[in-house]
Design a protein around this ligand. Structure first.
Ligand SMILES: [Zn+2]
Length: 278
């Protein structure tokens, strides 16, 4: 994990604003620490900021012939991220943005499934029983991007991919031009169930769960669990909720309890009684 290619994982880390880590030339452990801090700080609204320059740097490194020289490469490696701050780089923002979109579309396959794109981040450690073995940070599944790049294990990533490909995308169909993005309300976070004191550890604390609060369409419109569960798109929302039961062992939605009025909780925990879907 520590030995992964510098241009690879750091590039994707930059998508989530982790340029600082790359600049330190950090080993995997440091990456994970910061990842946890981000989790603790909140689960929503991660943006794509900070990725444009990163993508530009990769592109430049690929295209400049002198980079093929060993000496040049050695000089360049530690300075890659510092180079991003040069005015010459900033002036290329428009071009870089185009490249960033292209890079995001290409992505990187993880969990052995081409439709699951993201990066492998190894073992994530957390307090007590929290943590994720062989974790991945997912940017898209089945061609549908995630609003926040979400940390989970591969079992959960595969379940998410299957649900989006076989249920969410077909349920939405051509509505608004089709499904383009999942609104991620929570992913890996070390907490108790429903944040209740004294409750059992949430499956979120093991990287087994993801909460989805909305479905963004290609025309910019967004279906939200809160608004549309009983609204105009109730049929679509309920079809997606129902079909999640199977790929996921536990599925909770607005009918489950007051904590799930505004999102679907999907997790891969299995109980003796089989699936639990409400
Ligand atoms: Zn949840």
């Amino acid at each position: 994990m520590i030995l992964r290619a510098p241009g690879a994982d750091k590039g994707v880390g930059g998508v989530e604003g982790e340029l600082g880590i790359g600049a330190d030339g950090a080993a995997g452990d440091q990456v994970l620490q910061v990842g946890e801090q981000r989790q603790a700080g909140g689960e929503g609204g991660q943006s794509m900021e900070g990725s444009a320059d990163d993508a530009g740097a990769e592109e430049e490194r690929e295209t400049r012939p002198e980079d093929l020289g060993v000496k040049r490469e050695v000089e360049k490696k530690p300075n890659t991220l510092l180079a991003l701050l040069r005015p010459r780089q900033r002036s290329r923002n428009v071009e870089d943005n185009a490249r960033r979109v292209g890079a995001a579309k290409r992505g990187k396959m993880v969990c052995g499934v081409e439709d699951i794109q993201g990066i492998s981040i190894g073992n994530v450690s957390g307090k007590g029983a929290c943590g994720v073995q062989d974790a991945v940070r997912i940017s898209s599944v089945a061609g549908v991007s995630l609003s926040t790049h979400a940390v989970m294990d591969c079992t959960t990533a595969r379940a998410l991919n299957a649900w989006v490909a076989q249920a969410a995308r077909p349920a939405i169909g051509t509505l608004g031009g089709g499904l383009s993005e999942l609104r991620v309300a929570a992913h890996y976070v070390c907490r108790t169930r429903n944040n209740q004191r004294g409750a059992k550890l949430s499956e979120h604390g093991r990287g087994h769960a993801i909460d989805i609060s909305g479905f963004k369409l290609r025309n910019g419109q967004e279906l939200s669990v809160l608004r549309d569960w009983s609204g105009n798109h109730a049929k679509v929302m309920r079809a997606m909720h129902k079909a999640a039961c199977g790929p996921f062992g536990t599925v909770l939605g607005p009918n489950a309890d007051r904590f799930h009025r505004d999102h679907f909780h999907l997790d891969t925990a299995r109980y003796r009684a089989g699936t639990y879907c409400r």
